[in-house]
Write a protein that binds this ligand. Structure first.
Ligand code: DC
Length: 235
């Protein structure tokens, strides 16, 4: 993949519930670039599997793989939330893909090689013109290994579980802190140990551990790194 320094790519990878997507969104807004949340794409495929090919508590992976070409994912700007909502086959699924059921199964779907191939192709297509901040798990390692700036965000498991717990509480969803922590641990394990493009920090990525940083402090750090790298292109 060729590097395009006039229209750069910023790759933000890292663990679940570190706020990657929020920071990517804030940064893209500041730069007036496009933001792509690739986790949302894996979540949309998972939702499609739950809806169409349930197999007990899980998803019939084979059936899902043979119907991947039926899944069309798009993003649409929502002026109310100033967010890019996810569309699956024309339906706005932004809220559904963030639910606990999808969160429970998404890592299992994301480890299927055919699913990864299917989505990585689309991610490269969306990002190829540059001017994009893309967040996920394998952006700096696989999707755009020549990204102009790579960040890897992490935080302790307790801190991440606490943040996710507060998010769910705000949405009036009753899930215990223990359940959330267990889900995060499982996802970390599956994401880091899958055979195809496991979650790992690219050697040239800058590590940000935000266990002891609040949202604003983390974002200021990201902004400072971005300014150092691209000072001349910040509006
Ligand atoms: O960022 P998120 O929590 O919405 O991601 C959901 C899941 O998708 C996560 O468990 C890992 C997977 N994922 C991935 O494997 N590769 C990506 N580029 C993005 C997400």
């Amino acid at each position: 993949m060729k590097k395009n320094s006039t229209n750069p790519i910023i790759a933000i990878d890292g663990h679940s519930s570190t706020g990657k997507s929020s920071y990517a969104k804030m940064l893209a807004k500041e730069l007036n670039w496009k933001h792509i949340d690739t986790g949302a794409m894996y979540r949309a495929v998972t939702l499609y599997g739950i809806q169409n090919f349930p197999e007990g508590k899980y998803i019939d992976n084979q059936a899902l793989v043979s119907h991947l070409s039926d899944i069309h994912i798009d993003f649409i700007y929502n002026p109310e939330t100033q967010n890019n909502d996810t569309l699956m086959n024309g339906e706005n699924v932004e809220s559904e893909i963030r639910g606990f059921k999808v969160s429970e199964l998404v890592s299992l779907v994301a480890k299927i090689p055919e699913v990864r191939n299917f989505l990585v192709k689309q991610q490269r297509e969306i990002g190829k013109k540059g001017g994009v901040v893309m967040d996920g798990r394998d952006i700096g390692t696989v999707v755009f290994p020549c990204a102009d700036l790579k960040l890897f965000i992490t935080a302790s498991i307790d801190e991440r579980a606490k943040r996710r717990f507060l998010d769910f509480q705000q949405q009036n969803k009753t899930i215990s802190l223990e359940e959330i922590k267990e889900n995060l641990k499982q996802r970390d394990y599956i994401d880091q140990n899958r055979e195809v493009s496991p979650l790992t920090q690219s050697p040239d990525a800058i590590l940000i551990d935000n266990s002891h940083l609040n949202k604003q402090e983390t974002y200021q750090k990201i902004l400072a790194i971005t300014k150092e790298k691209f000072g001349n292109i910040l509006p």
